[in-house]
Design a protein around this ligand. Structure first.
Ligand SMILES: [Zn+2]
Length: 646
């Protein structure tokens, strides 16, 4: 299957710093939500009956692939016929899946929708089995022959990126028997470590039972959700208690959790060896054809810019009014709660205005989307939580699921998901189906670029008073801390533990904690007295499920670096005299390119070369500018206070 990839959400919500605000909206029954705030699934199929009819028709098509098995390499025409049949079926299936999964998500209580979803998932599995021969058959072809086919059959031209992307893996592909063994090994054993980790930490890990807060309240069970809630407490003694209790419990099991993570790393080593890669890192990045330098560049950029993180930490210390900042202080709120409330209409209006630098066509298309009910806004009982954009219905339009509660972060989420939706819309409009999808490496650029534009629009036009500015700037700054620095620390840890294991070193809970602690101390400036890190927190690695996702987290950092850099270039172009639309046009071209080029080349086209320091420098420039502005406001407030006392 081409379209249905998984993305893992950030452990830390970027807006975690923002204090909980009173929400004007809460969940009601779906039937009470005004129609204009619901998505229009009728654009996919006019009725459930029409969907069922389309599903039956699709099922009848399943045998269509069989005649091509063993014959893709016969002639350019048979290769084209096989691939185009598969793509046309995949396109229909994606539309069927979209309808069923969105219907199921809008109200999980409706069992008929769940049955429809299960039904189509079974059909998808049959389709997967019917096309399973395609990839190995292409891989068995000589690349020169494939090139000759493409030259001889013009209709194959659209399929060239797809074919190239498969063929570049040839050096890392085994003979049929070898592939079968690797697939069996991965299928039977590859996921074991993660399953054990997940069951252990979610179900069996005994959490601390009696954490007593300063209010006299005893937290009955300090699990991960309670930890995330109470680590943000404004009472320092409470934070200390919560950290100590939570990490002591993890530390009690660090040997087991270390063995579990080591098992996962060994599975990566097995694949690296079997597929003849130099390192696990190279093997993982090769999936999206990302050069290893992009990864190592990110890590060295972060190290070179630790002084910027230290500046942030000192600013946090000043705003919190503590004489020594400690690791326990990083989640407490540094900005006063401000009353920012928005209706869905205001959120759409703000997002459209904020996207103005992307050009009139972008804004008009997005507005048309809002007006024609792309978005399912309101929370309702039984609705899936969180937010997503689904652009899989190629010849219909993208959809968004939100749970809009009326806070600023909800507006930001709309801007974020609208970035994904417009990326899908533009790629679906400009690309043939085979290259209309896009990889996660570029996906989060499109979404976070819009968040950046929204923030700058707010600062320029809406947030006039200091309290609101501090709130927006402070939240943004903490997002940068968590996404650029914390995620890169994870990425560095992940790289180092694989290197240790590749050298034959055994990973244990003890040496994992030792390594993690040394990174924590370095990143947070412990030796320089910037932020003190207690040795106990070396076990934090055991809490991060993403270490089981095979070099995934670095993309959070790289996408934010790329989007910050792109948004800056677009603003600079706008402000130039005469204004230059070069950066904007290059970015829109990237959004319209789907997967017709490799992610790293797409970004290069948009003006960001991720193998250099330039994009990271642009992000750091912005981070420093935000800190300048916060300091100016604080200095002004301090001066006013002094003047008031005189
Ligand atoms: Zn996203």
């Amino acid at each position: 299957m081409i379209r249905h990839g998984i993305t893992f959400s950030l452990v830390v919500a970027v807006m975690a710093l923002a204090p909980a605000v009173e929400r004007p909206f809460s969940a009601t029954e779906r039937s009470q939500v005004p129609e204009r705030l619901t998505w229009n699934l009728a654009d996919l199929y006019p009725s459930d009956a029409a969907w069922t009819e389309a599903k039956d028709a699709f099922q009848k098509r399943l045998p269509e692939m069989a005649p091509y098995k063993g014959h893709l390499g016969d002639s350019p025409q048979s290769l084209y016929a096989g691939l185009s049949t598969m793509m046309s079926m995949d396109k229909d299936l994606s539309r069927l899946m979209s309808y069923a999964s969105q219907l199921a998500d809008q109200d999980t209580k409706v069992s008929k929708s769940q049955e429809m979803l299960q039904g189509i998932e079974q059909v998808a599995a049959s389709f997967g089995a019917a096309v399973a021969f395609v990839r190995p058959e292409i891989l068995s072809m000589d690349p020169a022959k494939v090139d000759q086919f493409v030259a001889a059959e013009p209709k194959l031209k659209d399929y060239k990126p797809y074919l190239d992307n498969i063929l570049r893996m040839k050096a890392h592909t085994l003979n049929a028997e070898g592939e079968k063994l690797v697939a069996q090994a991965n299928g039977q054993m590859g996921g074991s470590a993660e399953s054990i980790y997940s069951i252990f930490t979610n179900a069996d890990l005994p959490y601390s039972k009696d954490v007593k807060l300063s209010t006299g309240e005893t937290i009955p069970l300090l699990d991960a959700a309670a930890y995330t809630k109470y680590r943000a407490s404004n009472n320092r003694a409470d934070r200390d208690e919560v950290f100590k209790a939570f990490w002591t419990r993890y530390n009690d099991f660090h040997r087991t959790l270390g063995t579990s993570l080591y098992s996962q790393v060994k599975a990566h080593i097995f694949n690296k060896e079997a597929r003849h890669y130099d390192s696990c890192l190279q093997a993982a990045l090769d999936r999206n054809n990302i050069p290893v330098e992009v990864y190592t560049q990110l890590i060295s950029d972060v190290h070179a810019n630790l002084p910027t993180l230290y500046r942030y930490l000192k600013l946090r210390q000043r705003m919190m009014g503590v004489d020594q900042l400690r690791y326990e202080d990083l989640y407490a709120s540094i900005v006063k709660d401000v009353d920012l409330h928005y209706t869905p209409e205001q959120a759409m209006d703000l997002t459209l205005k904020a996207c103005a630098p992307l050009g009139k066509t972008y804004v008009d298309d997005l507005k048309k989307g809002y007006d024609s009910r792309w978005v399912d806004f309101m929370p309702s009982t039984g609705k899936k939580s969180g937010a997503y954009s689904n652009g899989a219905a190629y010849d219909v339009h993208p959809y968004q699921l939100l749970n809009f509660m009326g806070g600023y972060d909800d507006v930001s989420t709309l801007a974020h998901e609208s970035g994904h939706s417009m990326h899908s819309y533009l790629s679906n409009t400009h690309q043939p189906y085979v290259t209309a999808d896009y990889s996660i490496f570029v996906a989060e650029v499109a979404s976070t670029c819009n968040e950046n534009l929204l923030l700058h629009y707010m600062l320029k036009n809406e947030a006039k008073d200091d309290a609101t500015r501090l709130y927006l700037l402070g939240s943004y700054l903490d997002g940068l801390r968590q996404t650029l620095f914390r995620q890169t620390l994870f990425a560095e840890f992940e790289m180092k533990i694989h290197q240790m294991a590749e050298k034959g070193e055994t990973l244990t809970g003890d040496n994992l904690s030792k390594l993690y602690l040394s990174l924590l101390k370095e990143y947070y400036g412990d030796a320089q007295g910037v932020c003190k890190v207690d040795d106990l927190y070396g076990v934090e690695w055991a809490y991060i499920p993403h270490f089981y996702y095979n070099f995934y987290v670095y993309q959070y950092a790289t996408s934010l670096v790329a989007s910050t850099s792109i948004a800056n270039m677009i603003r600079e172009g706008e402000a130039a005299k005469p204004p230059s639309m070069k950066a904007r046009d290059a970015y829109i071209t990237m959004l319209s390119s789907g997967s017709s080029k490799y992610p790293i080349d797409l970004l290069k086209g948009a003006g960001v070369d991720m193998t250099t320091s330039a994009p990271f420098s642009a992000a750091m420039k912005e981070m420093n500018k935000v800190m300048d502005e916060i300091e100016a406001i604080l200095n002004k407030q301090a001066a006013a206070k002094t003047a008031g006392r005189k």
